[in-house]
Design a protein around this ligand. Structure first.
Ligand code: PLP
Length: 402
């Protein structure tokens, strides 16, 4: 019996906003959760699902943050980031990338690059806006676009053409509602690095159709076989239409610090800054002191990590290519192997499931990165040589060898 005046109780589902009700949880985190649950049951699972460098943040960076905290740097700082870190980012963008960013009006420091991307979506995407996303693509882009009310338009790249981006493919997906083209190089999950022709294709389509480009350069320092990273903002006519996203997570093994940034024309950055200030206020004060030390201190640490990942990349790609049903091109950048499993004739979810259940190795099914990723598996090789060797052996034991 309802008490007089009371209204019927709503179920939790009725309280949910429509934009969240349909939202899928992160598939990569789901893989890690399943791996963790199996581990808790005592199963010896090798988790290659995540995207976290297996190195500890360099000592001088940790020390800088600890000293800042001890000195009382434990309060709110300027919303856009400490002046010291914004200056360090602007100097880095100039020297490493050839990008001119105004440290006062053209840079925002965010809690991770993910937050910067999300703020950009909220500031620049709304219902009626289409965002082009070449796929396979990082798992969070589509949900971010949808949370902002926009429509994510996939541009399916072809595994038989090494997931190459072409002007024809991009242009064919442009609609009158397209405002943003989101490009990630080095790419998670494919490991591809855009070459000169592909970069020119992005710039041509962006200029011709008057699009903004969101350039996610998170893995720019992680390159192999002489591949080079060129920032899209440096191409002719692109500085005024490109927002560059980057962060400290991958290059300095600082994923847990949550430090990222966005740089671009002040007209856009000022609008992102409103979303940033009303959502997170600022990135953590003493973490930013660590960020300054990372960007301005010795850079040799990055090369040490890349040497280790390069070795593992070759071992994993070549080892998995010898497994029945699998082919793994050597990645050009980032720390993921994107394994072609189409020969198994199973779906990516089925192969990933079998590998987890029988080989006790957690990998991400390619479908998590969009329909164009189907038939593939993503494995992170940011883990020890021994664990990777065991994982490759176990997968070979389960699927057989060529
Ligand atoms: C392609 C890509 N962009 C952005 C991010 C966000 O990184 P963070 O928020 O740690 O800076 C990631 C993290 O995995 C990523 O893979």
């Amino acid at each position: 019996m309802q008490s007089p005046g009371a209204t019927a109780q709503r179920s939790p589902g009725e309280f949910l906003a429509g934009r969240v009700r349909e939202l899928a949880a992160s598939p990569t985190l789901a893989v890690s959760d399943r791996a963790r649950a199996l581990k808790a049951e005592g199963v010896d699972v090798i988790d290659l699902g995540g995207g976290d460098p297996d190195f500890i943040t360099p000592a001088h960076v940790r020390r800088a943050a600890a000293e800042a905290m001890d000195a009382g740097d434990t309060h709110y700082v300027a919303s856009a980031g400490t002046p010291a870190l914004r200056r360090a980012i602007a100097a880095k963008l100039r020297s490493d990338n050839g990008i001119e960013a105004d440290p006062d009006r053209g840079v925002i420091v965010t809690p991770g690059g993910k937050a910067a991307l999300f703020q950009a979506m909220l500031a620049l995407v709304e219902p009626g806006v289409d965002v082009l996303i070449p796929e396979p693509a990082w798992v969070s882009y589509v949900p971010m676009v949808e949370l902002a009310g926009g429509r994510a338009v996939p541009v399916a790249l072809d595994p038989d053409d090494a997931f190459r981006l072409t002007a024809e493919k991009l242009a064919a997906a442009v609609t009158p509602a397209t405002r943003v083209l989101l490009v990630n190089s080095p790419n998670n999950p494919t490991g591809r690095v855009l070459d000169e022709e592909e970069r020119a294709a992005v710039a041509d389509v962006a200029r011709e159709h008057d699009l903004l480009v969101f350039a996610d350069e998170m893995y720019e320092k992680i390159l192999y076989d002489g591949h080079a990273h060129v920032s899209l903002a440096t191409l002719p006519g692109m500085a005024e239409r490109t927002l560059t996203f980057n962060g400290l997570s991958k290059a300095y093994a600082m994923t847990g610090w949550r430090l990222g940034y966005v740089a671009g024309p002040p007209a856009y950055i000022a609008q992102l800054a409103k979303v940033h200030s009303h959502s997170v206020t600022c990135a953590t004060s003493f973490a930013q002191a660590g960020g300054v030390a990372a960007l301005t201190g010795p850079q040799g640490f990055i090369e040490e990590m890349v040497v280790a990942w390069d070795r593992r990349r070759r071992a994993v790609a070549d080892g998995l290519s010898a497994v029945k049903g699998l082919r793994c091109p050597r990645p050009e950048g980032a720390f993921y192997a994107f394994v072609d499993a189409r020969e198994t004739a199973l779906s990516s979810v089925e192969v990933a499931d079998r590998i987890l259940r029988e080989a006790h190795v957690a990998v991400v099914p390619g479908i998590a990165f969009g329909a164009a990723g189907e038939g593939h598996l993503r494995l992170s090789f940011a883990t020890s040589d021994d664990a990777l060797a065991t994982a490759v052996t176990r997968i070979g034991d389960v699927l057989g060898r060529r």
